[in-house]
Design a protein around this ligand. Structure first.
Ligand code: FMN
Length: 190
């Protein structure tokens, strides 16, 4: 069982990263292996809409950058975690860039759109924001769950948390950490 998480925050030890690591703690207790990617520290270009990736299920993205590592990890993963802080009401540009590049997993071979990934996997979303209203992180988590579903990563749950401002706020919230850990256990065992 391998879980791959994409961290949409530029903060290596911020709230998003802290909750990913808490989720990983729970998942590892349940026997899973875990890999986290921090695209902000990697070289990943925007999708250039070349569409060569669509030609066949095996065709890959023509852009030879660090996204190739993420493609390989996501292909073999049993579960995907998409995690982000809210930036101006939505996911960060860092995560959106990775999401757009996931398009390469699709193919139009044979004249019909289909996913070039075999089998199904599981998925989870993590969203944090500073504001104390609760609607926006839920809406963003729903968006991430729709992306997971589009890649046959069936969502098992999410963390959508408000009122986290400073990088250490999640780490100082034991209940939140426990929820993230529980989600990790569920992801690894469902
Ligand atoms: C560019 C930018 C835009 C932000 N936009 C919002 C926002 O729209 N709503 C909000 O509640 N917080 C917003 N925040 C605050 C972050 O969501 C919040 O601090 C979060 O906990 C950061 O998570 P991190 O530590 O994982 O990076 C923004 C922060 C930045 C840097």
């Amino acid at each position: 069982m391998e879980i791959v998480a994409i961290c949409g925050s530029p903060r290596e030890q911020g709230n998003t990263a802290t909750l990913i690591e808490a989720l990983f703690d729970g998942a590892r207790e349940a026997g899973a292996e875990t890999t986290r990617f921090d695209p902000a520290k990697m070289s990943i270009q925007d999708c250039t809409a070349g569409d060569e990736c669509l030609v066949s299920a095996e065709a890959s993205c023509r852009i030879d950058d660090d996204m190739q590592q993420i493609y390989a990890a996501l292909r073999r993963a049993d579960a995907w975690v998409l995690a982000t802080p809210v930036y101006h009401g939505h996911v960060t540009g860092i995560l959106k860039c990775v999401i757009d590049r996931l398009y390469a997993f699709y193919t139009t071979e044979g004249g019909e759109w289909r996913l070039g990934l075999s089998g199904r996997r599981r998925g989870a979303a993590i969203v944090v924001q500073a504001d104390t209203e609760r609607e926006t992180p839920r809406r963003v988590a729903e968006y991430l769950e729709s992306i997971l579903s589009a890649y046959n990563a069936d969502p098992v749950g999410c963390i959508a948390e408000s009122g986290l401002t400073r990088p250490g706020d999640a780490a100082a919230n034991p209940d939140l950490l426990a929820r993230a850990k529980g989600l990790g256990r569920e992801l690894a065992s469902s």
